[in-house]
Design a protein around this ligand. Structure first.
Ligand SMILES: [Zn+2]
Length: 178
């Protein structure tokens, strides 16, 4: 019993000196989960991951950055549950469909246009959706434009919509005036 108490003190001291639970496990042979339990029993809160990184840096270890690197590696590619196979589709967050290719996610509408044109689209080219539905990639809904044309087209379209909105008001004003 007494020995356990001494161990607990040692563990708390090691942790407060900036050692990680895993390092404490290496030093004392006490499982890191037990280390956490002991810390908790002694009212010692766990360090946040950013505090851990700062600590590891202070100690000149970088165990945590290594761990993080390892962790991110393990989550890359196929190991990542968000990994999608080639041909998978997803929304780009703005209503456009992206499709997974060998070289990454690309806009499906661009891919369709490139297939038809038998060439890559340039950076200055973009695909406009005629009916305004951004995920409607049927060929008849796609229109190849230069980016600046596309921007101008949408500016005009927005103005036109605005004009349609205020037209009834203009009408009623005219009636009042006359
Ligand atoms: Zn457009």
């Amino acid at each position: 019993m007494k020995k356990i108490k001494t161990d607990e003190k040692k563990i708390v001291r090691l942790y407060q000196n900036g050692e990680s639970a895993l390092t404490i496990q290496k030093i004392t042979g006490i499982n890191y989960k037990t280390v956490y339990r002991i810390l908790e029993n002694n009212g010692i809160g766990r360090r946040t991951s950013s505090e851990q990184t700062i600590n590891a840096r202070k100690l000149g270890r970088g165990d945590y950055s290594k761990q993080k690197e390892l962790a991110s590696k393990n989550w890359q590619g196929r190991n990542n549950p968000r990994w999608k196979k080639i041909g998978s589709k997803r929304d780009n967050g703005h209503g456009y469909i992206l499709i997974k290719t060998k070289s990454g996610w690309v806009e499906e509408s661009r891919l369709i246009a490139e297939k038809i044109l038998k060439r890559k689209l340039t950076k200055d080219e973009t695909i406009h959706h005629i009916n305004g539905i951004k995920n409607d990639n049927r060929l008849k809904n796609l229109f190849l434009m230069l980016r600046k044309e596309h921007k101008a087209w949408h500016t005009l379209d927005n103005l036109n919509k605005e004009l349609k909105d205020i037209r009834p008001e203009l009408k009623s004003n005219l009636i009042t005036i006359s």
